[in-house]
Design a protein around this ligand. Structure first.
Ligand SMILES: Cc1cc2nc3c(=O)[nH]c(=O)nc-3n(C[C@H](O)[C@H](O)[C@H](O)COP(=O)(O)OP(=O)(O)OC[C@H]3O[C@@H](n4cnc5c(N)ncnc54)[C@H](O)[C@@H]3O)c2cc1C
Length: 329
């Protein structure tokens, strides 16, 4: 008996992957969605800014999505880590599930997201996701008009401090050593009422996840209700790189029309693209990828039935890609 071939394997069951699964399920596609259970927002108790779901607990959001997907028989879940993917000569993919199971699919959607690197500040773990945040669009409103600390050096610190001026006028940029800022940047921050503090940070203080103050080694205690930082985040999975996908300067997987990557048959969605990193955008990218995947599958099958020709249909990534393909035909 021939092994089951999935129309699509989705790696990652966050907003991006779940949203794609819904659209593909509604397109009557056989979908396997694999998830390792390590979402980016694991530390958050509430998810803000997702229309009709504002302030929902991330766990409830996922449970709700699973309930909705339960209506679609052609969508199945597998809990665990996809450890490897290889693209076969016929354009299909062999997806290794854990150590010893494999699934074959025609299209692959990688929606594995990113993981944050927390600044190395004593006690930061106690406050992460509660009063220490990385995204003002996610958590700025709750601390509007409150005293805020921003953590970061050079342009990252500057950009986050500038961003926070939309939510509060009481901002201290704590750089924990030399700020690396230009004199002009310090001047512009100062004119916006932002104090730049280069003193070394001794610890964050507070209780039950609520930050009360930033304590400096000088002994200074700076009362603050929240701290926002911008440090680099890393891809959760190297599968896209291993498959040969190209990357943007920001370190995200480069995607074009319908979130197609430079590798035929491979699509991406969500934070792995490193564009606007909000849950509702991730979900929308998942929907776009699902649209592109279903469109490609439908065209491939239509052509095969009409002409007998088997071909991998894949949307272009950019104008260069379009020109290259034209030159090849
Ligand atoms: C503390 C915090 C609070 C946030 N609050 C908000 C908010 O209020 N509003 C908002 O819009 N956004 C918020 N965000 C951002 C939001 O979490 C992301 O935009 C969203 O989770 C991105 O969705 P995603 O599907 O791309 O990735 P994720 O939600 O991170 O999901 C990726 C999934 O892929 C799985 N995975 C990874 N590798 C593999 C593998 N090899 N095999 C199988 N599975 C794999 C992971 O286990 C994970 O479940 C917050 C982020 C953080 C860190």
């Amino acid at each position: 008996m021939a092994a089951k071939v999935w129309d699509t394997v989705i790696i990652g069951g966050g907003p991006a992957g779940l949203s794609a699964a819904l659209v593909l399920g509604r397109c009557c596609r056989k979908v396997l969605i694999c998830d390792a259970g390590t979402p980016r927002n694991w530390a958050a108790h509430k998810m803000h800014g997702f229309l009709t779901r504002d302030s929902i607990a991330p766990s409830e959001f996922r449970a709700h999505a699973h309930r909705e997907l339960g209506r679609y028989d052609s969508v199945e879940f597998w809990e665990g880590e996809v450890t490897d993917v290889t693209r076969k000569s016929d354009g299909t993919f062999r997806v290794l599930l854990g150590d010893d199971h494999a699934a074959i699919c025609r299209k692959l959607l990688i929606a594995t997201g990113v993981a944050d690197q927390l600044p190395k500040l004593p006690r930061i773990d106690e406050f992460w996701g509660k009063s220490v945040h990385q995204c003002p669009y996610c958590d700025g409103w709750e601390v509007r008009n409150k005293p805020i600390a921003v953590y970061g050096k050079r342009s990252r610190g500057f950009e986050m401090a500038r961003a926070m001026t939309a939510w509060t006028s009481d901002i201290a940029l704590c750089t924990n050593g030399n700020s690396g800022l230009l004199a002009e940047q310090i001047e512009h921050l100062s004119r916006n009422g932002v104090e730049v503090i280069e003193d070394s940070i001794a610890e964050l203080a507070g209780k039950n996840g609520q930050l009360d103050a930033v304590i400096f080694t000088s002994g200074r205690r700076l009362p603050r209700r929240a701290l926002f930082f911008d440090t680099p985040c890393a891809l959760q999975s190297e599968i896209a790189r291993k498959l040969g996908c190209t990357f943007t300067k920001k370190g995200g997987v480069r995607s074009g029309r319908y979130e197609a990557t430079s590798v035929p048959g491979v699509f991406v969605a969500g934070n792995i693209i490193k564009d606007v990193q909000l849950a509702i955008v991730a979900a929308a990218e998942g929907t776009r990828a699902a649209f592109g995947i279903n469109r490609s599958l439908t065209r491939e099958d239509f052509e095969r039935r009409a002409t007998g020709v088997k071909r991998v249909e894949h949307p272009p990534v950019d104008d260069e890609d379009v020109a290259r393909r034209r030159a090849q035909t």
